[in-house]
Write a protein that binds this ligand. Structure first.
Ligand SMILES: [Zn+2]
Length: 405
């Protein structure tokens, strides 16, 4: 993301700094000559960057190592707690936030209820979380804020796109609004898609060339695609709109098309299908448990019943898995990924009770060499995949050099 035009020489300096930062974070203990040898820098430049990192507290000297023919080199240790990032993820009723260290490890959590569904409510709740997560932290040690926001988002302008169904009649510059209020750099991506970065950096997909994260929510479905270490954005930040892939003739979707995948497999669709089946099966254990009041049915209860193999719920989950497999099979045939991670609030809630039938159904919908090459897994980081992914928007190497001070 290039938010401000920069001179070429500055961009080159940032690229070198970010390579040095990556090296230090990966190897943990190194010498000045490792910077020159492994990043390909002159001794003077390597030494200057090491000095800059030492002064910033990102490295500390821990004594001399073994000689490789000359003077014994001073060893430098990477200090993950020297700076922090804040990651924030939107939710239907409340937004959650974390403060992570430079390794993306969570050191603090916060939660704030959403007071309304409008764009200014989003800005307000994010600012409240930032204020809580940075109170008591040394001023200047927070590098920036990564936000997984609601709905369609323009990553370049850091704006929420107009979405009438979410009460947004025009684009809203959420990133700039929050940045102005908190005085820190803000990065903004759709909340489902950031999960891909979390699982790529700290979860099941570490170091893989092609990872797909499928975020299944109460209302929607979106996929984040990481290609060669970068979240793939597309021409207008809309890559991975898996929820609006057409898989049937009905029902009508708010996007204007019919038969969109998310209308058939999201949390609300699962609830509606279970309710319909229970209406016809008042004798089932789940109906009895609800005392016949189907309005008391909620997703945690459905997920619990799925884990206990309650037949009514298992039937619905099998249908949902079959339908989701159409979209997933197409995605696997198009991208040939190494791993597909099923996460998001609903994906995490159901876990293996959804992923296991999904694996079987996807096998029937995918070219077998592509299916044999892919692992379909539940999110290793669970609900934290998206929170850590949001913080990673700040911590990933492309950004780090421009926000290090
Ligand atoms: Zn749609």
């Amino acid at each position: 993301m290039q938010r401000h035009p920069k001179r070429k020489i500055e961009r080159q300096k940032e690229a070198i700094r970010s390579d040095c930062f990556d090296l230090a974070r990966d190897v943990r203990i190194l010498s000045r000559s490792d910077f020159s040898a492994q990043v390909g820098l002159s001794k003077a430049t390597a030494s200057a960057i090491a000095q800059e990192f030492l002064q910033a507290g990102l490295l500390r000297e821990i004594g001399r190592g073994d000689s490789r023919g000359g003077r014994r080199p001073m060893l430098l240790e990477f200090m993950p707690g020297a700076r922090f990032a804040i990651g924030i993820v939107e939710g239907r009723l409340a937004w959650e936030g974390v403060r992570t260290n430079l390794d993306g490890e969570i050191v603090q959590r916060a939660r704030a209820p959403l007071r309304g569904r409008g764009p200014t409510d989003c800005a307000d709740v994010a600012v409240r979380l930032v204020e809580e997560l940075r109170s008591g932290v040394v001023p200047g040690s927070i590098l920036g804020i990564g936000i997984g926001g609601p709905g369609q988002i323009d990553t370049n302008t850091r704006s929420l796109k107009a979405t009438p169904s979410l009460g947004r009649t025009e684009d809203y510059p959420l990133g700039a609004m929050i940045e102005a209020r908190v005085g820190l750099p803000v990065f903004l991506v759709n909340a489902g898609r950031v999960g891909a970065l979390g699982e790529y950096y700290r979860g099941v997909g570490r170091g893989m060339d092609c990872l797909v994260f499928v975020a299944l929510g109460e209302l929607g479905l979106v996929a984040g695609i990481v290609l060669k270490g970068k979240l793939y954005s597309g021409a207008s930040s809309l890559s991975g709109e898996l929820g609006h892939v057409t898989v049937a003739g009905e029902p009508l979707c708010y996007c204007g098309n019919r038969g969109c995948l998310e209308r058939l497999v999201s949390g609300d669709a699962i609830l509606a299908q279970v309710r319909e089946k229970l209406r016809a099966r008042p004798e089932s254990p789940l109906s009895q448990r609800l005392g016949g009041d189907l309005q008391r049915l909620n997703l945690p209860l459905v997920a619990e019943s799925a884990k206990e193999n309650e037949p009514v719920v298992s039937d619905v989950i099998a249908t949902v898995a079959d339908t989701l497999a159409i979209g997933l099979g197409n995605l696997i045939d198009l991208l040939n990924p190494q791993v597909v991670v099923i996460g998001g609030p609903v994906g995490t809630l159901f876990g293996e009770s959804l992923v296991s039938p999904l694996r079987n159904a996807t096998r029937r919908r995918t070219l077998s060499p592509a299916f044999n090459a892919v692992r379909i897994e539940t999110a290793q980081l669970g609900a934290d995949a998206q929170l850590i992914g949001a913080a990673t928007l700040v911590l990933q190497s492309a950004q780090i050099a421009s926000v290090l001070r």
